[in-house]
Design a protein around this ligand. Structure first.
Ligand SMILES: [Zn+2]
Length: 169
């Protein structure tokens, strides 16, 4: 999984044939479908929780190190770096946790949307396949099992197969 990057869609080979701008649109559609509010709620929730976890770790570390005060004679530079890391950790630790959570939930949303556009016969991903037929009946054929799926009738739309057709959001 690509963490902390703005290009999580590159973790999905199904989206490889599409340009960045199309993939970003796909991710944003995936995020808004399904239980997206749950993912956002989780990201918000993780901020105070990870703040408290960091606080707990600092308190624990201070408590443990208390027994060793005076036993180590660390250079000032090391003390400074450790001190800065601990203090700034109250900011960066929750942020990193929130970003990882966001990537994780986005990842899941994209995976679910991709799985929604799978062949009913064998589960092969239909994303990116050639769509044929006339304007009334758009069809895609599974290269694995030959099953034909009619688009825009059931839950699979032509934009699911060709994300370049997704409306700008
Ligand atoms: Zn199939």
């Amino acid at each position: 999984m690509r963490l902390l990057s703005g290009r999580i869609y590159r973790a999905f080979p199904e989206l490889d044939p599409f340009e960045d701008v199309v993939c970003r649109r796909y991710v944003s559609h995936a995020r808004r479908s399904g239980r997206a509010w749950l993912g956002r709620g989780l990201v918000v929730l993780i901020l105070p929780v990870s703040f408290l976890i960091w606080l707990g770790m600092v308190v624990l570390a201070v408590h443990i190190l208390d027994n060793y005060v005076g036993q180590f004679d660390l250079p000032d530079a090391v003390n400074l770096v450790v001190g800065l890391t601990v203090m700034t950790g109250f900011v960066w630790f929750p942020l990193v946790c929130a970003l990882i959570t966001r990537d994780f939930t986005l990842h899941r949303a994209v995976r679910k949307r991709l799985e929604g556009a799978a062949c009913a016969g064998c589960g092969y991903s239909l994303v990116g396949l050639e769509v044929f037929g006339d304007a009334d009946r758009r069809v895609v054929q599974c290269p694995e099992c030959g099953e034909k799926t009619t688009l825009n009738e059931g839950h699979i739309t032509e934009a699911d197969i060709n994300p370049a057709l997704l409306a700008e959001s």
